[in-house]
Design a protein around this ligand. Structure first.
Ligand SMILES: *[C@@H]1O[C@H](CO)[C@@H](O)[C@H](O)[C@H]1NC(C)=O
Ligand SMILES: *[C@@H]1O[C@H](CO)[C@@H](O)[C@H](O)[C@H]1NC(C)=O
Ligand SMILES: *[C@@H]1O[C@H](CO)[C@@H](O)[C@H](O)[C@H]1NC(C)=O
Ligand SMILES: *[C@@H]1O[C@H](CO)[C@@H](O)[C@H](O)[C@H]1NC(C)=O
Ligand SMILES: *[C@@H]1O[C@H](CO)[C@@H](O)[C@H](O)[C@H]1NC(C)=O
Ligand SMILES: *[C@@H]1O[C@H](CO)[C@@H](O)[C@H](O)[C@H]1NC(C)=O
Ligand SMILES: *[C@@H]1O[C@H](CO)[C@@H](O)[C@H](O)[C@H]1NC(C)=O
Ligand SMILES: *[C@@H]1O[C@H](CO)[C@@H](O)[C@H](O)[C@H]1NC(C)=O
Ligand SMILES: *[C@@H]1O[C@H](CO)[C@@H](O)[C@H](O)[C@H]1NC(C)=O
Ligand SMILES: *[C@@H]1O[C@H](CO)[C@@H](O)[C@H](O)[C@H]1NC(C)=O
Ligand SMILES: *[C@@H]1O[C@H](CO)[C@@H](O)[C@H](O)[C@H]1NC(C)=O
Ligand SMILES: *[C@@H]1O[C@H](CO)[C@@H](O)[C@H](O)[C@H]1NC(C)=O
Length: 521
């Protein structure tokens, strides 16, 4: 059979070319849709699997098929050809031994390799020697091996370094996903993925970037995850903290100070007392301390990787517990209007003093005066309410201690027998007048309610029309409690400023006011 490349049209005289063109046109025009197509199954294949290139819609008068590698019909790339007449396949120069052609024109590839990736062209030959050509394409992907992460910085330091993490190895048609501590990494301010997603850049790392990093490689046929990479960001030390936080200790105790500073790698610690070096341990132990051990204790934390040092100083005072103070008075019996001086005597220094009166903290009045160190309390003039028991309490950060109880007696001339003061008399007089006015008002009101209620109500409705519903009812004689309350609130609002005026000129509203007040009581 003649190979298709030996097309009869090559070098033909023009009328033959026209004839061929006409024949091609007459073939294509009636069946424009029934066109030869190639369908690769699958389009994305895993290495070592099989791919079938299906030939669809080959015309019925086909007598031969020829497959080429690539998208050209060049005999140098011919894989195989098949003659329907002889039912024989003829391998071409590009035949690898893994291809099988079927009588329907489809081509099977077995055990595909990545080199098989590409396009393939089928040329059919009809019994009229005309040709039809179609191209299909498939890709072969390797089964992804376990990827691994490389970092361009083995010892990144906080706030100094930016790191690039790369998922290796690079493979074609592969996308990469990243996880930190099992969470997908979003594109953040300080994180950026390269366009091929294979490189994760962490800008200006912080300790918070410490964690387990995993990358995953994906292609259309497989995926695989890397082992986690532990990314340790060196940082710190932060400012050390010394425990316990107490600053005062009793002599004879064992002082134990623990220093801690957040740091990676862990910090080295050293101690200084008043500037002189002590031990290079994290915990400082000073047994059986005395007042000589009072002073400044400094803990220095150092990180050899970041090269940073931070320190904290703690002032420690070793002091004796305070002893009981003694409270004395200039005179324990004083007359009202005289003055008295109470003195709190303590042998301790660096103390604070608190005064106690009748078991409670003393409330200082303007008649009382404390000396600058609170040890002397002067009361001048003394009043009878100052009579009672006094104590003073001294304290330092170790403990506190209360003095003896001192009883201060205040003598005074008793008040005259319960005679009436001017104020009391005035009160009684006002009360009596008010009582009379009240009764007069009540009488007047009841009388007026019976005779001239209409005008009264008119007055009210002027003040507050909404309240008129109550009093306009047909049963004027049954003013229930609700009505009275409504009146009272109304009158209070209106008449309040006039309240203190004399009760002699009672207006109707005034009477209402007083009446309702009585009802309320
Ligand atoms: C074959 O051609 C018919 C029309 O003649 C069309 O409907 C069909 O989709 C084609 N098949 C393929 C696989 O191209
Ligand atoms: C061609 O033949 C092969 C093998 O018999 C078959 O798998 C394939 O489906 C056929 N192609 C078409 C387009 O029918
Ligand atoms: C598939 O091809 C590879 C080389 O590409 C070969 O090592 C392997 O043996 C082949 N497998 C089969 C089943 O032919
Ligand atoms: C990942 O790759 C390893 C070999 O590197 C392989 O043993 C493993 O099966 C692969 N995992 C997956 C899910 O493909
Ligand atoms: C890195 O971050 C730290 C604080 O997180 C900041 O002080 C420093 O200026 C930053 N450096 C750069 C180069 O952005
Ligand atoms: C690592 O990569 C980042 C981002 O490209 C770069 O800023 C940094 O300087 C690199 N570090 C080293 C040690 O090369
Ligand atoms: C990544 O893609 C963006 C646009 O998508 C482009 O602006 C940028 O230059 C690309 N970067 C690299 C390194 O290719
Ligand atoms: C780390 O994260 C914590 C909590 O989210 C935050 O308080 C802290 O400021 C972060 N540290 C740095 C150095 O970014
Ligand atoms: C990070 O720290 C962990 C534990 O703290 C350690 O197991 C790991 O080896 C460290 N990784 C690196 C890269 O130093
Ligand atoms: C202080 O430490 C010593 C040992 O160094 C121990 O014998 C003693 O009991 C400790 N004293 C107190 C109060 O813990
Ligand atoms: C103060 O000390 C002296 C002598 O040491 C002692 O006599 C006196 O009782 C002490 N006073 C108090 C209030 O403890
Ligand atoms: C104490 O005060 C009383 C009365 O004010 C007086 O009689 C007495 O002499 C005073 N005693 C002393 C020691 O001052």
């Amino acid at each position: 059979m003649q190979p298709p490349s030996a097309c009869p049209c090559r070098g033909c005289i023009p009328w033959q070319g026209i004839l061929l063109a006409v024949s091609l046109l007459t073939f294509w025009n009636p069946q424009p849709t029934a066109q030869l197509t190639i369908e690769p199954v699958p389009v994305d294949a895993a290495e070592g699997t099989d791919v079938l290139l299906l030939a669809h819609n080959a015309s019925e008068n086909v007598v031969g098929y020829t497959w080429f590698k690539g998208d050209i019909t060049d005999s140098r790339h011919q894989i195989v050809s098949y003659s329907i007449l002889t039912q024989t396949a003829t391998p071409g120069t590009a035949f690898s031994g893994r291809e099988t052609i079927y009588p329907n024109g489809s081509l099977l590839f077995v055990n595909v390799t990545q080199e098989d990736t590409g396009s393939y062209t089928l040329q059919t030959t009809r019994n009229d020697f005309s040709n039809e050509v179609a191209t299909g394409e498939f890709r072969v992907h390797e089964k992804l091996l376990k990827p691994y992460i490389t970092s361009n910085n083995s010892q990144p330091v906080e706030s100094e370094d930016s790191i690039a993490l790369t998922c290796e190895p690079e493979t074609k048609y592969t996308t990469y996903l990243w996880w930190i501590n099992n969470q997908r990494i979003p594109d953040g301010d300080r994180q950026e993925l390269s366009n091929d997603t294979r490189t994760l850049i962490l800008f200006n790392v912080t300790r918070n970037d410490t964690g387990l990093y995993v990358c995953e490689a994906r292609n259309p046929v497989s995926f695989n995850q890397s082992d986690p990479l532990a990314l340790n960001i060196s940082y710190g030390p932060d400012t050390p903290i010394i425990n316990p936080t107490d600053t005062h200790f009793r002599p004879g105790t064992n002082l134990s100070l623990f220093c801690y500073a957040d740091s990676y790698p862990p910090a080295q610690y050293s101690w200084f007392f008043n500037g002189s070096p002590l031990e290079s341990t994290q915990t400082l132990l000073v047994p059986n301390i005395s007042t000589n051990n009072s002073g400044s204790y400094m803990c220095v934390a150092n990180n050899s990787v970041t090269g940073l040092s931070r320190s904290t100083t703690k002032i420690i005072t070793v002091s004796e517990p305070v002893t009981r103070p003694q409270l004395i008075a200039s005179n324990t019996t004083v007359a009202e209007q005289d003055s008295v001086r109470l003195t709190c005597i303590s042998n301790d220094t660096e103390i604070s003093i608190r005064w106690i009166f009748k078991g409670k903290p003393l409330q200082l009045t303007e008649r009382m005066n404390l000396s600058s160190n609170d040890s002397i309390l002067t009361i001048s003039p003394v009043k009878r309410e100052d009579d009672g028991e006094y104590q003073c309490e001294v304290s330092n950060p170790i403990n506190s201690n209360r003095s003896n109880t001192l009883r201060l007696a205040v003598t005074y001339v008793p008040d005259p027998e319960p005679g009436l003061s001017d104020g009391a008399i005035a009160g009684i007089v006002i009360g009596a007048v008010a009582g009379v006015a009240l009764i007069a008002g009540l009488v007047y009101f009841l009388f007026f309610r019976k005779t001239g209620g209409a005008s009264d109500q008119h007055d009210l409705t002027e003040h507050k029309p909404s309240a008129s519903n109550h009093s306009r009812g047909p049963s004027d004689l049954s003013p229930d409690k609700v009505d009275e309350v409504a009146y009272s609130s109304l009158n209070f609002n209106v008449q309040q400023p006039k309240q203190p005026t004399s009760a002699t000129s009672l207006s109707p509203t005034h009477r209402e006011n007083i009446y309702s007040e009585v009802k309320k009581k």
